[in-house]
Design a protein around this ligand. Sequence first.
Ligand SMILES: Nc1nc2c(ncn2[C@@H]2O[C@H](COP(=O)(O)OP(=O)(O)O)[C@@H](O)[C@H]2O)c(=O)[nH]1
Ligand SMILES: [Mg+2]
Length: 233
Amino acid sequence: MTTTKTYNVIVVGYQGQGKSATVMKLSGDPNYKGKDGKITRKTFRLKEPSSWTVHVVDTPGLGSLATSDHKILDRIYNEARCLQHVDAILIVFKTDRIKNTQIKAVDQFCKIFGDNFLQKSIIVLTFADAVKQKNTSIGEFLANSPETFQSLYKKCGERIWCVENSDWEDREENQEELIELIKSVETVPYKIPGAGRVICCGKSAVCIAVTVAIVGAVVIAVAVAVGVAVTNS
Ligand SMILES: Nc1nc2c(ncn2[C@@H]2O[C@H](COP(=O)(O)OP(=O)(O)O)[C@@H](O)[C@H]2O)c(=O)[nH]1
Ligand SMILES: [Mg+2]
């Protein structure tokens, strides 16, 4: 009997760090494009023998000039809390001079994902060829990065995945590496704060039906109470 499983993975980070390109390479769909300022979902199957599915939520980046971080965090939160479970969160950084604003963004994600989300997180370093070209190792890159980044790396259980999105030759191998990292945090208990509340995203049919029923009941109750009050006065 084949077991089916869906891994829910959320991809976050600053804008222009390579989140959408990572989803494109990971899913193997060259036509995949993230939407500016919007959440984009991508689902793909892992290759046989497993019949596991990966559902990726590609999120708009922080630091956009078009939309405030506050709005973007709201969009991410609304999407994330409607997922039945979250298996991993990928925090994407371009392999470049990592700036403090990008590292501080992690504190903003903490606000929506809770204090313990780094236990479920994997750092993704895109533009991995940049490290190769400088003839440095990932260890050296980390040693030369800001202390705040090194501390983040430790808090993420030293889970890091390097990817060169312009190169598809290593795609399968790369995908396997990431899946291993996702599996390593699979059993870590984690829940998005506020997930599972009835009035949530309003996207699934059940969610809409229950939300409409509750709102309807509240409206009727208020109308009855007002009616009774008016009659009695
Ligand atoms: N050479 C190279 N370009 C990349 C890589 N990752 C992303 N890009 C490019 O960087 C730009 C921003 O990437 P995008 O995925 O849209 O960033 P996002 O805003 O984080 O989703 C695009 O032009 C991508 O093609 C990478 O690993 N290598
Ligand atoms: Mg994008």
